[in-house]
Design a protein. Structure first.
Length: 217
């Protein structure tokens, strides 16, 4: 069946948000007495749910991880969100998919209000039928939960008509958990091995390659 509905991750798939996210993580860690000068070391925080990353990389308890997210947002909501840029070729890709009759959606673990703010800032909102993200209390933050939320809000029940696009293993795993096929992109933050090991059905290197692939599905 034709893939008429395309779900996109945001960070690492549509925009390069690493500068703002890593600086916000650095800011949050400092509040806990952890000084991390190497922003590259914080790269794995881009994409996955933040509480999960604070626990995995700095052994935070669930309580501290949740609290650290609020500290993160102090920086990110004021400054970090704008330390961001659209990847080369992404707007042309979105425009091409719309012209081909595809319906586009965002399914991100970023808070929904912030996702809308970022996409609006870059003039990309018009391409999307619906922008779905995490809620404020983080009860909807896992990728499969966000995907189901978008599907429910948009009345999408035919999983064979939907495909997920993302750059990290949690995008691929979340898609599969929700019953969707997935495309991994290599211009974001995940490696080819990470995406392959996660079971991505397709892997592409550029936004132009992604456009060509999705138009044919």
């Amino acid at each position: 069946m034709e893939k008429t509905n395309i779900f996109f991750d945001l960070d690492g798939t549509l925009t390069d948000s690493m500068p703002g996210i890593t600086r916000a993580v650095q800011y949050a860690l400092k509040r806990y007495g952890i000084v991390e000068d190497d922003l590259e070391k914080l790269r794995p925080f881009v994409g996955p749910p933040l509480p999960e990353s604070f626990k995995a990389y700095y052994q935070f308890s669930q309580e501290d991880a949740d609290a650290a997210v609020y500290v993160f947002r102090e920086y990110y909501n004021e400054i970090g969100w704008a330390q961001n840029s659209v990847y080369d070729g992404v707007e042309d890709m979105l425009s091409g998919l719309k012209a081909a009759g595809k319906k586009l959606y965002v399914a991100t673990s970023k808070p929904e209000d912030m996702a809308k703010r970022v996409l609006g800032h870059f003039g990309l909102t018009e391409y999307f039928t619906f922008i779905g993200g995490a809620n404020d209390d983080s009860s909807r933050v896992e990728k499969d939960d966000v995907i189901r939320y978008v599907m429910e809000n948009c009345g999408l029940s035919d999983r064979d008509s939907i495909i997920m696009v993302g750059d990290r293993r949690h995008d691929i795993a979340g898609a599969h958990k929700a019953g969707l096929a997935a495309v991994g992109v290599l211009y974001g933050y995940g490696s080819e091995k990470e995406l392959s090991d996660a079971g991505a059905e397709w892997i592409v290197g550029t936004a132009a390659e992604l456009l060509s692939l999705l138009k044919g599905l």
